[in-house]
Ligand binder design. Structure first.
Ligand code: C5P
Length: 209
């Protein structure tokens, strides 16, 4: 029997991360936040003082990336996310990271993978696919509240324009652009609490498992 795979895609700050963690915990599945794999490669390049636009150098870092060492707390910074979305346009980087992600996806009894291209490219045969979105305004508001709530400083208009820029880069790239898979269930969380989004997701997943 093939393992259960729950694929969760969507734009930055749509609530995918929290939702994916809750779902993985609820079903007792392994969880991989694939954004961290791109962030880890970006951070390794930044730390080594290497350029972000050399595909051969970035590919080498991607091949060496270890899933076991991924930690959101050291990869969360805004400039790392920006750098990640730059190296994520490179096909050689994506090829290396997708291979590692596919291997993770076969873990038993099942897995939750979240990212941008899980349902379309990484796991096109996933048991169930969710595409989680919210309006750019709502996503910017959540990101802003998160930064300010954590004691940081932010200007809403800047956060809003960053969200829109990241969307453009992720949706506009040639290799594996962000878009819902044809068979994905759309979940717009603009007017939903995390709790309501979690319950809506479980209702969809329960039917598929
Ligand atoms: O989701 P997160 O903000 O951590 O992802 C950082 C960047 O990594 C995204 O903006 C996107 O460009 C890239 N990414 C990707 N494919 C994935 C996950 C993330 O291209 N599956």
């Amino acid at each position: 029997t093939s393992p259960f795979i729950i694929a969760i895609d969507g734009p930055a700050a749509a609530g995918k991360g929290t939702l994916s963690r809750l779902i993985a915990e609820h079903y007792g599945f392994h969880h991989l936040d694939t954004g961290l794999t791109y962030r880890a490669v970006a951070k390794a390049l930044l730390d080594a003082g290497l350029p972000l636009d050399d595909e051969t150098v970035a590919e080498k870092m991607a091949i060496e990336m270890e899933l076991a060492g991924l930690d959101r707390s050291v990869l969360a910074q805004h400039h790392i996310g920006e750098a990640a979305s730059k190296i994520a346009v490179m096909p050689a980087v994506r090829r290396a990271l997708v291979a590692a992600q596919r291997k993770f996806a076969t873990k038993k009894p099942g897995t939750v993978l979240d990212g941008r291209d899980i349902g379309t490219v990484v796991c096109p045969d996933a048991t169930i696919k969710l595409y989680v979105t919210a309006s750019p305004e709502v996503r910017a508001r959540r990101r802003y509240d998160e930064i300010v709530g954590g004691g940081g400083a932010a200007v809403f208009d800047e956060v809003f324009s960053d969200v829109k820029k990241r969307d453009e880069r992720d949706m506009g790239r040639a290799d594996s652009p962000l878009k819902p898979a044809d068979d994905a269930h759309l979940l717009d969380t603009s007017e939903m609490s995390i709790d309501a989004a979690f319950r809506a997701a479980c209702d969809l997943i329960d039917v598929a498992l």
